[in-house]
Design a protein around this ligand. Structure first.
Ligand code: LRH
Ligand code: MN
Ligand code: MN
Length: 424
């Protein structure tokens, strides 16, 4: 279900006056608003195919109805998001949750919806029906070569699916590790994992990247074989120039300084990109910017500074994706909020007075440093983000339009009250 173009135009017209007043205020206050608007318009955040249904927890799941029942409907949902915000023009598939049975048809549909396929994700953390060997004790790290081979073959299969769709990266997240001291020889587990990753790496096409995602805990609670950015970077460095470290914001121990990690990975040319979400405790996978928006801004501040220093293209040179799912919000409304939070943090980072900050840093003027950062963070840039969205053909207020048009109710009507998304 897509929106009629005229409904977006009508919505924009009715909100235009108030918007223009707010925008003019910002344009008076800030130089370079045009440059920021064009950077924002070019910036796309991929939507994971597993975030389009209600997430649930292991204690229960409360579906709101009208969820996408297959890949086509998931793409339809992403297309709707993209129509509203013009910044969600990519979808990331998790295999085998979303196998493109008929890739030609799926690719044609993506073209029709103006979507591209972001990283493909492999899954060796669950056993699948009909699978020969179990991943109970790990996959790429497993003591048994036949289990490792099964996991390697799966990853190569995922690359093949990705090639058919035009993806250009593989994200490998491993739940491998151990739950109890003594269960695992850390060194041997690392070496076996490296050998397995090397085989997968060897199957990557020339223009592909491999993203090695780390996570400190869960489902293993004593050790994780790719447990932090150091371990991931070791793998990435040993694998070669096509391998990078992927930062999922929820995958750190509490209070980790993620912005510092980002800065150093960028410096090393080994930052793959992000899985954005927010959390209070662990891998909570909450809406981006809902708990700690200042941290998100600080991360973007490092990104903008570091990417400019390396002459990188903000929109193209890293993988930008959301990885959130939860139990209480409409998933589409939640994703609109998440994308907006990311754009806002990006815009705030773009107005940081970097030369002044550098000067204050050189002078050890700690107070001034904080003032400079917080002056940017406390500027309300929502009108800039809205302007970028409108100029790209989207809605000034996507969430409001989603509700005004009763889009969830329409999806429920089309798909049913009990329609539940496949996947996680
Ligand atoms: C693991 C993770 C990883 C998976 C996704 C479903 O916690 O973040 O990216 O692929 O969740
Ligand atoms: Mn993730
Ligand atoms: Mn996660």
């Amino acid at each position: 279900m897509l929106l009629n173009r005229s409904l977006i135009d009508q919505h924009n017209e009715s909100a235009l006056k108030t918007h223009q007043l707010k925008l003019a205020g910002l344009q008076n206050e800030l130089p370079h608003t045009e440059g920021i608007i064009s950077l924002l318009s070019a910036f796309q955040v991929a939507i994971p195919s597993w975030a389009l249904g209600t997430g649930g927890t292991r204690f229960g799941r409360f579906s709101g109805g009208g969820e996408p029942r297959n890949l086509e409907e998931k793409m339809e949902d992403v297309a709707l998001l993209h129509q509203l915000n013009r910044s969600s023009g990519a979808i990331s598939l998790h295999i085998p949750w979303d196998i493109p049975e008929n890739p030609k048809h799926i690719r044609a549909l993506a073209n029709q919806y103006d979507l591209r396929f972001d990283a493909v994700n492999s899954n060796t953390f669950q056993d699948q029906p009909g699978q020969n060997y179990s991943y109970k004790f790990g996959s790429l790290q497993h003591v048994d070569k036949t289990v490792r081979q099964q996991a390697i073959d799966h990853n190569i299969e995922v690359i093949k699916h990705g090639i058919e769709l035009g993806s250009e990266s593989l994200t490998v997240w491993l739940s491998d590790g151990s739950c109890f001291p003594g269960q695992l020889n850390f060194r041997k587990a690392f070496q076996r994992t490296l050998e397995s990753l090397q085989e997968i790496y060897g199957a990557l096409p020339d223009n592909w990247k491999m993203f090695v995602e780390y996570k400190a805990f869960e489902p293993n609670f004593y050790s994780m074989t790719v447990g932090d950015w150091g371990q991931s970077l070791l793998f990435a460095n040993k694998l070669g120039p096509k391998a990078f470290t992927l930062v999922d914001l929820g995958h750190h121990l509490p209070n980790a300084n993620i912005e510092q990690i980002v800065s150093l990975l960028l410096m090393e040319g080994k930052l793959a990109g992000f899985h954005f979400n927010d959390s209070k405790y662990g891998d909570d996978d909450l809406t981006v910017g809902s708990i700690n928006p200042y941290q998100l801004f600080l991360i973007f501040n490092e990104l903008v500074e570091g990417m400019n220093a390396r002459g990188m293209n903000h929109a193209k040179d890293l993988g930008w994706m959301i990885d959130a799912s939860h139990n209480v919000k409409d998933p589409l409304e939640d994703l609109l909020q998440s994308v907006e939070a990311i754009q806002l943090a990006y815009a705030q980072a773009l107005i940081v007075d970097t030369p002044a900050l550098q000067k204050a840093q050189e002078n050890n003027d700690v107070v001034r440093c904080q003032e400079i950062l917080q002056a940017a963070y406390r500027t309300d840039l929502r009108p800039l983000v809205a302007e970028a969205r409108m100029r790209a053909g989207g809605a000034l207020q996507p969430l409001q339009l989603f509700r005004e048009q009763e889009l969830r109710q329409q999806l429920i009507k089309a798909r049913g009250e009990k329609a539940i998304a496949t996947g996680l």
